[in-house]
Structure formats: C-alpha cells, structure tokens
Design a protein around this ligand. Structure first.
Ligand SMILES: [Cu+2]
Length: 612
C-alpha cells in the first residue's frame, strides 16, 4: 500500500514537478482551445497507459498522486465506434492496480474489477485490455482498486459515433469534475469508520431521533423543537466529506487556477461533463447561458433546455451552449452540500473571467427525504403549517446557517412555523407521489433509518434545487432519441439501499458485501425489472457494470438508458435490464467510501464461459 508519507517524499524533487506539469494532457491544460481529435494512440488502434506515483500541483500546492501518463486526470482516451482497441496498461506502482471502463459494454474479463472480472494488475507488470467498441458517447475510466481513484486515478473517454450525432456543434470541451484531497484518503476512511464514538460523544444522532420516534411516537417527536434540532444532525454531516477536506477540480485545476475553455462568439460549444468525483455531487450552471442537454451517460437524448443540472458521482451529461457575446462565462460546479465549488471559465480569449456566484445556503434534509408521509404525522392541512418545525424550512429550501441557528435558539415553534408554513406546504405538493409503503424492516442493525413511505421522485430536481427559480434538469426530462427493447420484464428483483449512518455502515439489504455468500443471479437473455428502494436519508449513485439500466420514467419505448442512476432519499425507482452480457459484473454505490464499506454486490449472468 502506498502511504501518503512515502509519496510526499518522492514529491519533493523539483525536476519531477516540472515534468509532471508538462505531461498534463493537452485537453486539460489551463487554456484549452478545443478537444483534440484523437487520444494518445501509439498504433492504429493501440494505446499505452502508464500508472505511476507522480507529484502534482493544484492551485500552487503540491501533493502526490497516482497518475496516468503523468497527469491527473489521465489522458483522453478517444475511440471510434466499431474499432477494436488494444490498451496496454503498465503498472509502475508498488501495489496492484486496475482500470475499469465506466459504462462500456465489453467482455467481462476486460471490465477491470479485481476479484470479480480479473485478478488485477500486479506491481511492475503490464495488462493488455482488448475489446470491440460497440457504442458511442462520453464516458470515463478509473481504478477499481481500493481508494486509488481518490488519489487521481481517473480520466475521460470519448467514443466517436459511427453515424453522425443528431445535433450539431462547432467545438467541444471535456469537463472532468473531481474532488481532490491532500490528506491520506486511507486515514480519512479509517476516521470515518471510527465516527460512531466520535459523534456519540459530540451530539445526539440521527439514530437517537429514530429511537425517540419509537418510544414517543412520530407526532410527539416532531412537535418537540429539540428533536428538530437533532434532525439538523442530518446524515450529510456524517456521510459526506466536504470542502473542508476537498479541493474541487475542473480538468485537474482548482478554482484559483481558473481552467479556461475558449470559444468564438456565435459558436455552438459542446461540453462533455463527467463527474469523476469519489464522493461529491455537483450542481452545474453557467450564469447567463442556457444549456441544452443532448446526452446522458453517453446516450443521445431528446434535447432539453435547462439552466442548471445536478450531476451524481459517475454520471455524464453532454450539453450544448451558444455564447453570443464577446465576454467570459463562469462554469460553476457547486458541491451538493455547498461547502465548496469547482470553477472554470468559457471565454473568447485567454485571461478573462466572469463573476463567481456566491455559494448558496446549505440544503437541509426534508421529511420527504426521511420517507415520511405528512398524513402519518397527525397534523394535516392548516395545522401542519402552524407546527412546521424550524429544521424543515421548506424541504431543502435552505436558510443560511446563521438563520437556522437563530430560529432554533430563539423562536417559538408556532411563530416560526407560521412564517415558513406556506413553503412547507408547497414542498409537500412538489414531492413525488407515494408509490409504496415500507413493510416491517428485516434488514437488521445494518439499516437504521427506515423510510415509512417510498416515493417516485423522478420529477424532482435534487437536494437543494427545489426552488432555485430557474429550469433544472429532472430525470423525467430524459427521453431517448432511439427506441429500445419493449419486451416486458419476466422477473422482478427488489434491492434496498441501506445504512447505519451513525456508524458509517453502508450496504444493500442490510448486508455488506463481505457478509453475502453468492452473486445476484441473472439468467442470460432474461428481461428483468430492478426495483431499488432507498431506505437511507441521502442519495446514492448506483452503477451496474456491463449492461445498461433503462430508467422507467414513463417514456415508453423511449425510456433512457443509464449506467449510473441517482436514487434519492426515500425513493423507489424502477429499471429494466436485458441480461445480455454473460459473466460476473460489479453492482455498487459509486460513492467510493460507501462501496469500500460494502455497498457492493456481484451480479452473475449465466451461463457464461471464462474465469476471473
Ligand atoms: Cu452510497
């Protein structure tokens, strides 16, 4: 294992530093005219990637990273739909590594998950990936070995389509968003696992709140102002790693460096936005420029014009913008918890900048996130308004931190509730419909916060974006350009996303990966409906390898295909899968530390041949 201390020693050589910056791929350099037509080819269909420890500089500060061909992010891998590619990966690390091609349909032995699809790439050895490229679009790649992705082991991937895209543009930029830490991620992870004691000592917890519900009943607990104070101890306080630790990056550059993408006024500019973060969702916007979404997870979708979108970890969105004026625009990617941002600029010339918007107030978890039904609360209609507690000021329509403190400390419930009651009411109207009720929970101690009701939340814009006053992308907007398989599902599987937030335990159906004995069986060729129910109070980006998931969002045969879906708190989501890819595939939460905690499964599509 590479310890941070050892890595920092190697980082002290100035010569290495210069070499590292010179090696940053052209598309990621501080000023980018446009994305190059092809990636780092070493032959007609051949690529060489070298993985090594290398010092990097971010906003003037030096750290040590795991780099691909010397850079963070790694080189742009650019393939052509229909070619067969050979990629030789040279591991110069003193430990195993791997590369997973995220969202790519390929033979499972090429999927790059150690212990699932292959043994991994040993120190000082070379592994050769070879596979036919059967799709088009914007994707990315990353390590699937321990926490290496947090150390910089990721990069973008573009597959040029065999047939032209159904939309036009004059220029494109790749936008890789990521979250970098100068700390040792293995130490941060160890601390997260120890959190239980730390938090129990510090303050009351989400678990306490649920115990109160069990003993005093929901209505009484909610009427207790102090309980709402406890509600503010929301799971993001524990689960997230925030801007206190992270520097948020665009194409490897911190906010101060101001990565700049050039345009000529009047051009259509395609932005290929990839969230290569380990733990960070972003809200992305370009104040003054509407965006037209044309691809999601590499799949062409009917164009939809918006002003902002939330991008979950591991998702990609392609948008087209048309800057008409000779001025700069800020590309602003605010972290979901509003603890920081990645920022770049689109400009006609180098050295320009536009105002940076202030971070908006931190969003709060809501009763909808908690899977509560207002009817259960014995406070319907007007009365509900009178008792609206301070902690839920409008369903994530947050107040400034200071404002909340003030209300919690000084206002009476009634007075405060009256002030915000209308917004609470509207929050409930905007919330997605309740589609199921949660039965008795059987997931054991690995699952502590049980949603009472399960909602369809596909038409909701995401935490903190409920009333931002402009158009925000929602999952019901996504409509495929081409029709897909209409075969009805033959079988249904239900999986619950579970957690014990006080103890930083994350799992499926209450069990960590290490506690399950067998893969989830899929029969080769079968058509499945996968129902995911999020029992936790936070969103999780769930990724299936090897096969697309078709998101059942009411668009019939035009429902969109996704490799990663954001499942909101308390949400019940339905997906269709054609199990057409024999082999063993990973299925997991793409929050790196959740996956590492065991929110991970293997899916086995059989019969199949070949061994890992
Ligand atoms: Cu998760």
């Amino acid at each position: 294992m590479i310890t941070r201390r050892r890595m920092l020693k190697t980082a002290s050589t100035a010569g290495l530093l210069l070499a590292a910056q010179g090696l940053l791929p052209a598309w990621a350099r501080n000023v980018a005219g446009a994305v190059p037509a092809s990636g780092p080819r070493t032959g007609p269909h051949e690529f060489d990637l070298t993985i090594a420890e290398t010092p990097i500089t971010i906003d003037g500060r030096t750290g040590s990273a795991i780099t691909l061909n010397g850079g963070v992010p790694g080189p742009l891998m650019r393939f052509k739909e229909g070619e067969t590619v050979t990629i030789r990966v040279h591991n110069r690390l003193p430990e195993d590594t791997s590369i997973h091609w995220h969202g790519i349909l390929l033979p499972f032995q090429m999927d790059g998950v150690p212990g699932v699809s292959f043994p991994g790439i040993r120190a000082n050895s070379t592994f050769t990936y070879e596979y036919p490229v059967k799709q088009y679009g914007t994707y990315w790649y990353h390590s699937h070995t321990r926490l290496q992705e947090q150390l910089g082991h990721y990069g973008p991937m573009i597959i040029d389509p065999a047939n032209p895209d159904p939309f036009a543009y004059d220029r494109e930029h790749v936008i890789v968003l990521s979250d970098w830490m100068f700390e040792d991620p293995y130490r941060v992870f160890a601390q997260l696992k120890k959190m239980s004691h730390y938090y129990n000592f510090q303050k009351r917890t989400v678990g306490d709140f649920f115990e109160d519900i069990a003993t005093a009943g929901l209505g009484a607990t909610l009427k207790d102002r102090d309980a709402w104070g406890r509600m503010r101890m929301d799971p993001t306080d524990i689960a997230d790693i925030t801007g206190a630790v992270y520097t948020y990056l665009i194409n490897g550059h911190g906010p101060e460096t101001n990565w700049t993408g050039l345009f000529t006024p009047g051009e259509s500019v395609r932005l290929r936005v990839i969230n290569a973060s380990t733990m960070s969702y972003f809200n992305v916007r370009l104040p003054g420029l509407p965006m037209t979404v044309v691809q999601a997870d590499g799949q062409n979708v009917e164009p939809v014009e918006i002003d902002e979108f939330q991008i979950a970890v591991a998702e990609t969105y392609d948008v087209i913008v048309r800057p008409e004026s000779d001025r700069a625009y800020t590309l602003f990617a605010e972290s979901l918890n509003r603890s920081g941002y990645a920022r770049g600029t689109l400009a006609p010339r180098e050295g320009m900048a536009a105002p940076i918007p202030p971070l908006r107030p931190r969003p709060l978890r809501t009763m909808v996130d908690m899977g509560m039904d207002m009817k259960d609360m014995d406070m319907g209609g007007m009365q509900m308004k009178d008792t609206a507690p301070p902690g839920m000021a409008g369903g994530g329509h947050a107040m400034p931190e200071g404002g909340r403190m003030d209300h919690a400390g000084h206002s009476s419930m009634g007075g405060h509730g009256a002030e915000h009651g209308g917004r609470v009411g509207s929050m409930m109207e905007e919330a997605g419909p309740i589609v199921a009720r949660h039965g008795p929970d059987t997931h054991g101690p690995g699952n502590t916060t049980i949603a009472h009701v399960e909602r369809n939340r596909l038409a909701e814009p995401g935490t903190g974006l409920e009333d931002v006053g402009h158009r925000v992308l929602v999952y019901t907007d996504l409509r495929s350009v081409t029709p897909f398989n209409q075969r009805p599902a033959e079988r249904e599987i239900e999986i619950h996303l579970t957690g014990n937030m006080d103890r930083f335990m994350w799992s499926f159906d209450g069990k960590k990966f290490s506690e399950v004995k067998a893969p989830i069986p899929f029969r080769h060729g079968e058509r499945l409906r996968l129902i995911m129910v999020n029992d936790t109070m936070m969103e999780h980006p769930i990724h299936l390898h090897g096969m697309f998931m078709e998101l059942e969002n009411d668009h019939g045969q035009y429902i969109p295909r996704k490799h990663t879906v954001n499942v909101k708190a308390g949400e019940r989501m339905s997906l269709l899968i054609t199990a057409d890819a024999p082999g063993r595939w990973a299925f997991h939460c793409h929050l790196l530390y959740h996956m590492e905690m065991g929110m991970f499964r293997v899916v086995e599509v059989s019969p199949h041949e070949g061994r890992a």
